[in-house]
Design a protein around this ligand. Structure first.
Ligand code: 2IT
Length: 445
């Protein structure tokens, strides 16, 4: 494979798509050797086909705000690859959303979903609509207007959206309600639904829970016990909440959460009521964590700063892409952090990732660590298709099994001759091989 030429062609074709190019470069560099050992990959132009999404839908979303003024946003769905199953991936509502971000997320989702062991292809969608400061009625009108266009392009065996940043249980409810009204079928086409209408137990917690099961395995593999370890978490949304809950249950102590306004450090540990308070903060719709330090005197608020400057044992970026810079990475390395696991998608910049790998840190990428979220979505799809619902124990046991299998795949493909586990390489190669084989078997389509 001529990685440099492929990257140069892609850069020329999509000059502004920095996140997408970053995600592709990481995968190509990881799979280069395997690719070259299998001439059938090259013969079938697998890379050239993989970096071009199956299709991209963009559409106008018009909605009315509370003042009666019309607002116009852009909606997207990137159906990236359905070689191994129906398109599957979240919907993101955030002011920063653009095609580069959704393409990177859809590309990553393709490999992540392959790792889950379940038959799901990769997709991502969303809008540049910002929910910040919007009323419930405005959010509802936006969700309904968004679905008015998207519904024709999704279905239980075609494309199954879910939540992501800015899209939680409330938004999924409004989106699904409108979908069902238009489609006149209750087929569970979106995951992350309420428990009363086909949602799976544990889906809200699944990304964070799965991440901690994975981290626990990484540590165990090194003979380290998670009990008593300190944990820095960024973000304070659904994923951060699930991660904080499970970390605490496993006996670790979470000492930070963060928002766009800065981070709070609570040396007494963010557990119990304090974790519930994260949900209240989120529900306020203001997107800030500063009030935590007013409410809990043990905490200090650091405006405009990131939690990675605190010395901790485990660092879990749970907010958004590229939130860990090279400077942050150097700090985490200098602090001798035991384990860094991306829970956000591509939470580390390319430089930060390379630094972790160069220093042989215990480091794992988002597509392995956070795959428990979409895996539990896959379990929701199964339950919907069978018209039944599993207990929390059953879902949790399956989630455990899946995270353990993903860890196993990372070890299989990521173990280096010196014994170091390169989880980035492991996850990328395992996901790639599965998708590539499926593409070859189905012919050049
Ligand atoms: O990034 C992700 O894996 C998600 N936002 C969840 C996707 C899903 O379909 O549950």
């Amino acid at each position: 494979m001529n990685t440099q030429k492929i990257m140069a062609d892609l850069e020329a074709k999509h000059p502004g798509e920095s996140e997408f190019l970053q995600a592709v470069r990481e995968v190509l560099l990881s799979v280069e050797d395997v690719y070259n050992q299998h001439p059938e990959f090259e013969k079938n132009k697998i890379i050239e086909r993989l970096v071009e999404p199956d299709r991209i839908l963009t559409f106008r979303v018009v909605w009315e705000d509370d003042k009666g003024e019309l607002q116009v946003n852009r909606g997207y769905r990137v159906q990236f690859n359905n070689a191994i199953g129906p398109y599957k991936g979240g919907i993101r509502f955030h002011a920063s959303v653009n095609l580069s971000i959704l393409k990177f997320l859809g590309f990553e989702q393709t490999f992540k979903n392959a790792l889950t062991t379940l038959p799901m292809g990769g997709a991502k969608g969303g809008s540049d609509f910002s929910p910040r400061g919007r009323s419930n009625a405005e959010i509802r009108r936006f969700c309904q207007a968004f679905m008015l266009e998207l519904w024709r392009n999704i279905g239980p065996d075609q494309d199954v959206p879910a939540g992501d940043i800015g899209v939680g249980g409330r938004e999924v409810g409004y989106l699904y309600g409108m979908y069902k009204k238009l489609q006149r079928e209750h087929t569970g086409t979106i995951t992350g639904k309420g428990l009363e209408f086909g949602g799976s137990i544990l889906r809200p917690e699944a990304t964070g829970f799965g991440a901690l099961y994975f981290v626990n395995q990484m540590l165990k593999d090194k003979g380290i016990d998670i009990k008593g370890k300190t944990v820095a978490i960024s973000g304070f949304g659904n994923v951060a909440w699930g991660a904080a809950t499970k970390a605490t249950q496993l006996g670790a102590k979470v000492v930070t959460i963060s928002g766009p306004d800065g981070y709070v450090y609570d040396p007494e540990g963010i557990s119990g009521d304090k974790i519930d308070y994260m949900l209240e903060l989120r529900e306020s719709g203001n997107d800030i964590v500063a009030p935590y330090a007013d409410k809990f005197p043990s905490a200090t608020f650091y405006p405009g700063r990131k939690p990675w400057e605190q010395k901790v044992d485990i660092a879990l970026p749970c907010a958004t892409q590229n939130e860990v810079s090279a400077t942050d990475a150097r700090q985490l390395i200098d602090n001798r952090t035991l384990c860094i696991a991306e829970v956000s998608n591509m939470g580390c910049t390319e430089e930060a990732t390379n630094l972790f790998l160069h220093h042989k840190m215990l480091f794992a990428p988002g597509k392995a660590v956070n795959a428990g979220g979409v895996a539990t979505s896959g379990l929701e799809m199964s339950q919907n298709a069978m018209h039944l619902s599993w207990t929390a124990e059953e879902v949790d046991q399956r989630l455990h099994q899946i995270m353990s299998s993903i860890h196993g795949q990372c070890l299989k493909y990521g173990k280096q001759p010196d014994g170091y586990i390169n989880y980035v390489k492991g996850a990328n190669i395992a996901g790639f091989i599965k998708v590539a084989k499926a593409m070859i078997d189905q012919g050049p389509i």
